[in-house]
Design a binder for this molecule. Structure first.
Ligand code: ZN
Length: 73
C-alpha cells in the first residue's frame, strides 16, 4: 500500500494521482478551466497573468502544464 501526499491540501491518502479524493473534484474543475483558457488564449501570457484570470494558483498551473498536451510555442 502506497501513500501519496495531496499537492493541494497536504493530506496523505491511498490512491493514484496527485490530489486526494477530497480535492479531485476541484482539481478537475480547475484543469478544465485551464484547458479552456489555453484553447482561447494559448500560453503566451505569464503564469501570474493566467493565475489572476483563472483563479488557479501558479503551483497548480505548473502541475497542469507538466501533465502535457499544451503547446507552449
Ligand atoms: Zn487534498
Amino acid at each position: 500500500m502506497e501513500f501519496n501526499k495531496c499537492t493541494r491540501c497536504g493530506s496523505f491518502y491511498v490512491s493514484t494521482g496527485d490530489v486526494c479524493p477530497k480535492c479531485i473534484t476541484k482539481d478537475n474543475l480547475e484543469l478544465g478551466t485551464f484547458q479552456n483558457y489555453v484553447q482561447e488564449n494559448g500560453l503566451n501570457n505569464s503564469l501570474e497573468s493566467v493565475s489572476n484570470q483563472t483563479g488557479i494558483s501558479i503551483k497548480n498551473l505548473n502541475r497542469f502544464i507538466s501533465y502535457g498536451g499544451f503547446n507552449n510555442d
